[in-house]
Design a protein around this ligand. Sequence first.
Ligand SMILES: *[C@@H]1O[C@H](CO)[C@@H](O)[C@H](O)[C@H]1NC(C)=O
Ligand SMILES: *[C@@H]1O[C@H](CO)[C@@H](O)[C@H](O)[C@H]1NC(C)=O
Ligand SMILES: *[C@@H]1O[C@H](CO)[C@@H](O)[C@H](O)[C@H]1NC(C)=O
Ligand SMILES: *[C@@H]1O[C@H](CO)[C@@H](O)[C@H](O)[C@H]1NC(C)=O
Ligand SMILES: *[C@@H]1O[C@H](CO)[C@@H](O)[C@H](O)[C@H]1NC(C)=O
Ligand SMILES: *[C@@H]1O[C@H](CO)[C@@H](O)[C@H](O)[C@H]1NC(C)=O
Ligand SMILES: *[C@@H]1O[C@H](CO)[C@@H](O)[C@H](O)[C@H]1NC(C)=O
Ligand SMILES: *[C@@H]1O[C@H](CO)[C@@H](O)[C@H](O)[C@H]1NC(C)=O
Ligand SMILES: *[C@@H]1O[C@H](CO)[C@@H](O)[C@H](O)[C@H]1NC(C)=O
Ligand SMILES: *[C@@H]1O[C@H](CO)[C@@H](O)[C@H](O)[C@H]1NC(C)=O
Length: 523
Amino acid sequence: MLGKHSKTFFAVSLGAVIVSVILAAWGFPKIVSKQIQKNVQIDNSSAMFEKWRKLPMPLIFKIYVFNVTNPEDINTGARPKLQEIGPYVYKEYRERTVLGYGENDTVKYMLKKTFEFDQEATGALREDDVLTVINFSYMAAILTVQDMMPSIVGVVNGALEQFFSNLTDPFLRVKVKDLFFDGIYVSCTGNHSALGLVCGKLKSDAPATMRPAEDGSGFYFSMFSHMNRTASGPYEMVRGRDNIKDLGHIVSYRGRRDTSARWMRDPYCGRLNGSDGAIYPPIDEDNVPEKLYTFEPEVCRSMFANLVGKSTVHNMSAYYYEISRDALASKSANPSNKCFCKKNWSANHDGCLLMGVLNLMPCQDAPAIASLPHFYLASEELLEFFDGGISPDREKHNTYVYLDPITGVVLQGLRRLQFNIELRNIPTVPQLARVPTGLFPMLWIEEGADLPESVLDELRQSHSLLGYVEAVRWILLAVSIVALIASCIAVARSGAIPMWPRNTNSVSFILNPHPTTDINKVH
Ligand SMILES: *[C@@H]1O[C@H](CO)[C@@H](O)[C@H](O)[C@H]1NC(C)=O
Ligand SMILES: *[C@@H]1O[C@H](CO)[C@@H](O)[C@H](O)[C@H]1NC(C)=O
Ligand SMILES: *[C@@H]1O[C@H](CO)[C@@H](O)[C@H](O)[C@H]1NC(C)=O
Ligand SMILES: *[C@@H]1O[C@H](CO)[C@@H](O)[C@H](O)[C@H]1NC(C)=O
Ligand SMILES: *[C@@H]1O[C@H](CO)[C@@H](O)[C@H](O)[C@H]1NC(C)=O
Ligand SMILES: *[C@@H]1O[C@H](CO)[C@@H](O)[C@H](O)[C@H]1NC(C)=O
Ligand SMILES: *[C@@H]1O[C@H](CO)[C@@H](O)[C@H](O)[C@H]1NC(C)=O
Ligand SMILES: *[C@@H]1O[C@H](CO)[C@@H](O)[C@H](O)[C@H]1NC(C)=O
Ligand SMILES: *[C@@H]1O[C@H](CO)[C@@H](O)[C@H](O)[C@H]1NC(C)=O
Ligand SMILES: *[C@@H]1O[C@H](CO)[C@@H](O)[C@H](O)[C@H]1NC(C)=O
């Protein structure tokens, strides 16, 4: 009577256990990762796509400037005393234009950034503030000439004196808005023969920081206006539809599969590694990557941050990556970095710079040197040049990112970079005849992303949804196991399994090697 039903019950619950074990072990993770992939891949059907195409909130772009407080003393050989002024805060809007979809699951796009001054966040500082900074374009011109043709540097300086009117020393008194975006006018009108050379070279090189004046009479120099005026790219990026692990990986930039800098031919230094910093693949918890690569077109190279550990940000668990010493290490500390050295950079070095600085000459065709702010993680030798104003601090000057492991979304991140140029003593140039030689910082930038509450809520919701799915997975398994146990008991009670020992529990049923000895008691 009951025996028949309990046998069916047993069979069904056994089936249920098998199905739920398969689901728990394989089915659910597969479904979940498929669902995540659908949401994060670069496809116009995915939830992430619109946010990727047009960032829903601006990034915060901060600029800190080093005001030179003792220019007169430096002109007579004293060590520079600097004072950091800032931040000048800008909102940075980002929009991507999809140019098309390519072979091998890629998307091609242009990235347009737009900057807008944020007076409220800047506080008491004004865009009209006048600061004293190193005269970057002048030093760049002089250094370039001296490295190419040391004998004529004095002649060329004569031309530069016309080009840069009122050139008394290598420092520039300038309104910050002109320095950052509006531009400082340099004139090409004059009848010095060398001036024609300088202007001709500028016209043919067309460096990004020099914007030709509309009437063709000269140029405007500014640090960032090219970023506001023109889109960068095209980038070619993996969409993650075929393999989510490759999501966001840049495969080409400006049509090249290596960085366009002069170190491009080197298989290490020239390699395009990692994403554009906006999008990363979900993190496989069993195989968390030790290094997070990002391709930085501004410095023509891939950079990486090292895994520090698991952390919590905005009440969500995240993986924390931070820039480490080996990214910008000198050749002796990280031999792979040798290919970033440029030959003949300076008489004192073998073409390699000190620890913690990167020569941008091969990248931007200007003798600029990049580093972390205040020479954080750089050789302490660099600090000896200053009489104050430079003090590296991990909290204030590192670069880091918090990633949501489930979606790979950047929960919070800051990227920091300082631009420097060499101040060089050149006896034949009156403006530089008595200055000390050393690496001189001009300004540093901080680009930060912090997700707004609305996006965080969306993420939290999808996480709790995943939590429910996860719960369902275990509940199903638990329920089916309980049902199986119940069915076993029912089967035993009904006498369908004759060997069930009435006086022993299920543990001894399993452990007892000779349960058949009890057969007669059951009946
Ligand atoms: C999505 O992209 C496909 C081509 O990849 C296009 O045919 C379709 O119209 C697009 N849909 C939307 C909503 O933009
Ligand atoms: C910057 O330094 C100059 C001296 O070179 C000084 O006169 C000026 O007040 C400083 N600016 C600020 C904002 O401190
Ligand atoms: C696509 O991948 C294949 C094999 O990896 C490669 O040979 C081919 O050049 C790739 N195509 C493009 C357009 O990158
Ligand atoms: C950036 O360019 C836009 C126009 O494209 C302009 O309105 C804006 O003022 C510029 N931003 C800065 C900081 O100059
Ligand atoms: C150069 O300096 C003189 C006096 O110091 C001043 O009158 C003139 O306006 C300056 N010229 C420029 C282009 O700044
Ligand atoms: C520095 O160079 C600029 C051009 O960038 C020039 O206009 C200016 O006169 C120079 N400033 C000084 C103080 O020499
Ligand atoms: C050209 O140079 C001569 C002497 O070298 C000078 O007298 C004259 O004023 C200059 N003309 C212009 C337009 O600068
Ligand atoms: C590029 O990434 C590979 C691993 O994916 C790594 O071995 C290599 O060192 C990286 N190269 C650069 C320049 O970052
Ligand atoms: C974070 O979690 C704590 C406790 O779990 C809670 O008290 C707090 O309000 C949460 N904060 C946010 C921003 O959600
Ligand atoms: C480096 O400079 C020396 C002379 O100072 C020159 O002979 C050599 O060719 C230069 N090397 C390169 C790679 O430019």
